[in-house]
Design a binder for this molecule. Structure first.
Ligand code: DX5
Ligand code: ZN
Length: 218
């Protein structure tokens, strides 16, 4: 099976999004990763629904939305309406996580939970069976272009073991500082999907960089 590559729009050229989305559409990328920030859950603000709506119309790839916001449950219906396929919320932002996951499913989307670098995978014990995806953060959320935190490899391996033990098909996605040098190690540890922002968009040929990440063997 091939690794899933999800370029992060956060590192795209915001003055010329059409050009970068055309590139994503042409490329071997599987998904497009959308980083939504509120300046509360994370110390940065990115973009919101007007931008997502425009991007959704132009993008042919699966939309993988990563909500780094407080109260993501307030935005489930609005997200589904735009055609987003995967809605990922942070464990640390959701008091009633089980309810939120159920609501995401009821709205017709796949449900994911993201874990900050300091949150152990063991907190998913009682919710893992309900998840389509787990997003392991390999940087502290809020900014693109940060350095990969190697402890994420251990978390991916632990989660892989638990998912296999339970015979689940939950996707393990990794986000933050992913690049050519750590991609194979992440997949070897058990990752199914890799998010990559600055490594792709700051490279001389982003389409080729996506192709090179797709070469990683699973
Ligand atoms: C960070 C975001 C990431 C970010 C990744 O808060 O969740 O998706 O765009 O960017 P890179 O790949 O540059 O670390
Ligand atoms: Zn992200």
């Amino acid at each position: 099976m091939e690794v899933i590559i999800s370029p992060s729009l956060l590192s795209a050229d915001f003055i010329n999004l059409q050009k970068d989305i055309d590139m994503i559409n042409r490329s071997e990328a599987d998904w497009l990763h959308l980083d939504i920030m509120d300046g509360m859950f994370v110390p940065n603000i990115s973009f919101g629904f007007p931008v997502i709506s425009a991007v959704a119309k132009a993008c042919k790839k699966t939309l993988d939305a990563h909500f780094m916001i407080e109260h993501p449950e307030h935005y489930i219906a609005q997200t589904a309406k735009l055609g987003v396929e995967i809605m990922c919320v942070h464990y640390e932002a959701c008091i009633h996580l089980h309810r939120t996951i159920q609501e995401i499913h009821a709205a017709g989307m796949k449900a994911g939970v993201a874990l900050n670098p300091s949150t152990p995978v063991s907190v998913l014990e009682d919710i893992l069976d309900d998840l389509d995806l787990v997003l392991i953060m390999s940087v502290n959320p809020g900014f693109g272009g940060q350095k990969f935190i190697p402890n994420a490899l251990k978390k991916v391996a632990q989660l892989r073991q638990e998912i296999d033990k339970r015979n689940l098909s939950t996707i393990i996605e990794v986000d933050g500082g992913v690049q050519g040098e750590n991609a194979q190690a992440l997949v070897d540890a058990g990752a199914d999907a890799l998010v990559s922002g600055s490594y792709i968009f700051n490279s001389p040929n982003p389409e080729e960089t996506i192709r090179s990440l797709k070469q990683v063997k699973r």
